[in-house]
Every structure is written in structure tokens, then in C-alpha cells.
Design a protein around this ligand. Structure first.
Ligand SMILES: N[C@@H](CCC(=O)N[C@@H](CS)C(=O)NCC(=O)O)C(=O)O
Length: 359
């Protein structure tokens, strides 16, 4: 055999090995990688968004208080307000957003394929999503945990009481995986009944096809507000997992990742400094504290460093509000949810929300 032929043969063998290695590393079917990104990875998402004149925000449509499509066709909720905050930071206008409702299963494919600029849809930060699914997670905006809803008259109080039960759960979620892990580790037999959407999952539970329904505790509270008789159901005390929820972007665009991260941090910082949509104009007119001056665009060119105008954070706070305002508007004491801040309090109040310095 000639030398050239030997080399060709070796190259062929190596190629076959590489192809079969790749095939065996395929991700789980519930959360698949898109093959070809529609948007080139070298293109700056911020430039694309600016040129398009609007942000495309992957969102939920079925979770009241977080991401919900209302009867008038508009979207509302805590997650939706972070889409608006991004729009305010980029355009000085919170309304330049197209909302793309996505099921749990569709969301990462839509992000990878460049169909959305950002995913803000009760999405839990996990190692696999951060790596294999090509996602980058902005700071957590809502620290949550998985819970279980049962009928009040069921006599069920703990996970152990659900031995032999059927449990309704949505596919493509951490929920599905945590439930399997928890039940297996405690040796509790159960039947998962899996659906793609929250509507299907809760309808099946309400129709009596399942003894229990599980998702993030925020989702349980939210969905219970849609039940015909919420008082007939209860959420078990137990928390099955950690569910840090926040905005997600594609890997490979650091500038865009920075814009999304610092948009969240601007809302935390506003709360830390006591600057609200109501007092931000006063605060700007009288700002002497260099930290306030940097936040509100009076010195330091902080916006420019992000590729934004220097009043980016002023616009977020003025047009959408600081974190506390966003939380209270959607989930606070004046809403049907009345969710205590708990871990989601600012660090100044003993919670986990902490923004690095804007300087
Ligand atoms: N945080 C979990 C669960 C998120 C999730 O998608 N939950 C479902 C069940 S409430 C949901 O929001 N579904 C909305 C829909 O199907 O439209 C995750 O990231 O996997």
C-alpha cells in the first residue's frame, strides 16, 4: 500500500470514530440541542435587537403572576416585567417587546436556534442546561423550590403519603427529574402522568386523573389561582428541590449576557438604594452620592460600557421599577398570590438578592 493510501485510510478510521463518539453523546430527548443556529454566533445580539427595533422574549403564557397571556392579548407577570426592563434599558421604552410563548420542552431549542433573544420563563439554572444546552444564566430573579399540590380531603401531608399515587407533571422540566430522584431515593412507588403544558397537567389533576400535581411552588400558587375551588386544594409543606429561576441567553455573546445581567442588577440596586419609579426623578435631580450618580447615568458612563445609553438604569427604574416594585406589583400583598419575599429579599434585609457594585 502506498504511503498516501495508508494516510487516507487512517483519516477515514479516525473520522468514523469521531462520528460515533458524537452520536453517543446525544442529549436527552426532552431538552434537545438545535442543529444549526439561525443567528450567527459572531453577530452581536444587542446590535440585532437594536436594528430590529424590538426584543424577542421567550416567555410563559400559562403561569399567572409570572408569565401569563391575559384575555386582552397582553402578557403580564414578574418574568414579563424583566423583558420590559430589558426593553427599557435598550430602547428607553418598555413596550418594544415581542413575547414568544414557549412550552417547557420548546424553550431551549428556541433559544439555541436564535428564535428568541432571551428566555425569561420560570427557568431553573442547572449544570446541564448551563453546559450541554448552550445556555448562560443571568442572576437568579426568583429563588424557588419544587412543591406538591393535593386535594385538601385526600389526607396526604407528606411525600410518603403519596405511596402508590399518580402524580401529574409537565415534561421537559426539572420537576419531572426531581420527582423521580426524590421518590427513588425514598423508595416510594408512584406513577408519573406526564403532559407537555401546564394547562394539560392541571386539567388532568382537576379531572381526578392524578392524586397530586407537582411543579415549582410559585407555579403551584399561580395555577391554584385558576382552579374553580382553590380552597379544596393545599400545597404540602415539603420542598423537594432548589429552583433558582432567572433569565437565560445563548452562550457565545458576552456583551449581550452583560446587558441582561446588569439589567437584573439595576433592579436589585434600585431596591438596595431605596430608589423607586416614584422618587427616581428627585433622586436624579439631587444626586450627590457617587454610587447613585453612576446608577442614574450622571457620571462614569456605565451605560456606554454595556453598549447602552447612560440612562439605561434610570429608564429601567422609572419605566418598570426596582426589584421590590416588580415583585410587589406581580406577587406582593396586594395581589391574590401574596407571596412572602423569603429568600427573595434583598441582602440588606437578610435575603439572597445582592448586586455587585455599579462602578
Ligand atoms: N422551573 C422548572 C419548571 C418550569 C416549567 O416549565 N413549569 C411548567 C409547569 S407550571 C410551566 O410553566 N408550564 C407552562 C406551560 O406549559 O405553558 C424548569 O425550569 O424546568
Amino acid at each position: 500500500m502506498s504511503r498516501k493510501l495508508i494516510v487516507l485510510f487512517a483519516v477515514l478510521i479516525v473520522s468514523v470514530l469521531v462520528i460515533s463518539a458524537c452520536a453517543s453523546a446525544a442529549p436527552a430527548p426532552a431538552e434537545q440541542k438545535a442543529s444549526e443556529p439561525a443567528q450567527s454566533t459572531t453577530q452581536s445580539t444587542l446590535d440585532v435587537v437594536k436594528a430590529r427595533g424590538k426584543l424577542i422574549c421567550g416567555s410563559n403564557q400559562a403561569v399567572p403572576g409570572f408569565g401569563f397571556l391575559q384575555t386582552d392579548g397582553s402578557f403580564a407577570g414578574f418574568d414579563i416585567d424583566f423583558c420590559k426592563a430589558l426593553s427599557a434599558a435598550i430602547f428607553g421604552d418598555p413596550s418594544k417587546v415581542e413575547y414568544r410563548p414557549l412550552s417547557a420542552k420548546q424553550r431551549f431549542t428556541a433559544l439555541q436556534a436564535g428564535e428568541i433573544d432571551v428566555l425569561i420563563r420560570n427557568t431553573t439554572w442547572t449544570l446541564t442546561r448551563d453546559t450541554e444546552l448552550g445556555a448562560n444564566f443571568a442572576p437568579t430573579t426568583f429563588y424557588d423550590g419544587q412543591g406538591i399540590t393535593v386535594r385538601r380531603d385526600s389526607g396526604v401531608n407528606t411525600l410518603e403519603d403519596l405511596a402508590g399515587a399518580s402524580i401529574c407533571v409537565a415534561s421537559g422540566t426539572t420537576t419531572e427529574l426531581n420527582l423521580a430522584d426524590q421518590m427513588a431515593s425514598r423508595g416510594i412507588a408512584y406513577t408519573p402522568v406526564v403532559f407537555e403544558t401546564a394547562d394539560e397537567t392541571t386539567s388532568a389533576y382537576l379531572d381526578g386523573r392524578c392524586d397530586a400535581y407537582t411543579t415549582d411552588k410559585s407555579g403551584l400558587v399561580a395555577r391554584m389561582s385558576l382552579f374553580p375551588n382553590p380552597q379544596d386544594h393545599k400545597i404540602l409543606e415539603e420542598t423537594l428541590s432548589k429552583e433558582p429561576l432567572g433569565p437565560v441567553v445563548r452562550q457565545g455573546d458576552d456583551q449581550w449576557f452583560d446587558v441582561v445581567k446588569w439589567t437584573v442588577f439595576a433592579t436589585f440596586t434600585g431596591e438596595e438604594m431605596g430608589i423607586t419609579s416614584q422618587n427616581v426623578d428627585d433622586a436624579k435631580a439631587n444626586a450627590k452620592d457617587p454610587n447613585v450618580r453612576k446608577l442614574l447615568g450622571l457620571e462614569g458612563d456605565m451605560g456606554q460600557k454595556l453598549g447602552l445609553s447612560n440612562d439605561w438604569a434610570y429608564n429601567i427604574i422609572k419605566m418598570v421599577g426596582n426589584y421590590a416594585e416588580i415583585y410587589n406589583r406581580n406577587l406582593g400583598p396586594d395581589t391574590v398570590f401574596n407571596l412572602a419575599r423569603g429568600l427573595n429579599a434583598s441582602w440588606v434585609d437578610g435575603g439572597l438578592l445582592y448586586a455587585p457594585p455599579i462602578r
